[in-house]
Design a protein around this ligand. Sequence first.
Ligand code: TYD
Length: 147
Amino acid sequence: MAISNSLDVIMTSSKAKILDLPKIVDPRGNLTFIDEGIHIPFKIERSYWIYDVPGGQSRGGHAFKMQHEFIVALSGSFDVSVDDGKERQTFSLNRSYYGLYLPSGLWREMTNFSTNSLALVLSSTQYSETDYIRNYKEFQESRLVND
Ligand code: TYD
C-alpha cells in the first residue's frame, strides 16, 4: 500500500521531513487528524505543547539521542532549524494540516514564534533528560562518531 511504503522510507531516513496530514474541508470548519503508524512513523508515547512564547524567544536548542518527534503549528507560525552537524535547514510551520517529522540525532531550534502561536509536539518516548544532548560541540562529536 502506498502509505505504508512511504512510511517505510521515512522510517529509514535520517532527514527531517514535512509530512502532510489529512484535511477534511467542511463549511462548518476544517478538521485534521493523526493516526499513529499511518500519518507519522512512530508510536506516540508523549505529547506536549509550547505556547505563550514571548517575542524574540527561542526553544529547543538541543538534539535527542533516541526520540523522534513530529511538530505541528496548531496555531500561528514559527520556524524550526534543523542541523545534522554538516548542514542547517529551516522549516517554516504555519498551518495545522502538515508537520515536521524529526528523526533522532538532529540538532533543532525553534524560533520566530508569532503572537499566540501554539506548537504541538508528538514524541516517540517518555521524557528523559538523559536523551538530550544540550551541548552543540558534544552533538557535533556524536555525529562524527556515528557517520
Ligand atoms: P526542554 O525540552 O528542555 O525545552 P526547551 O529545549 O525548549 O528549553 O523542556 C524544558 C523543561 O520542561 C525541562 O527541563 C523538563 C521539562 N519537561 C518535562 O518535564 N516533560 C516534557 O515532556 C518536556 C518536553 C519538558
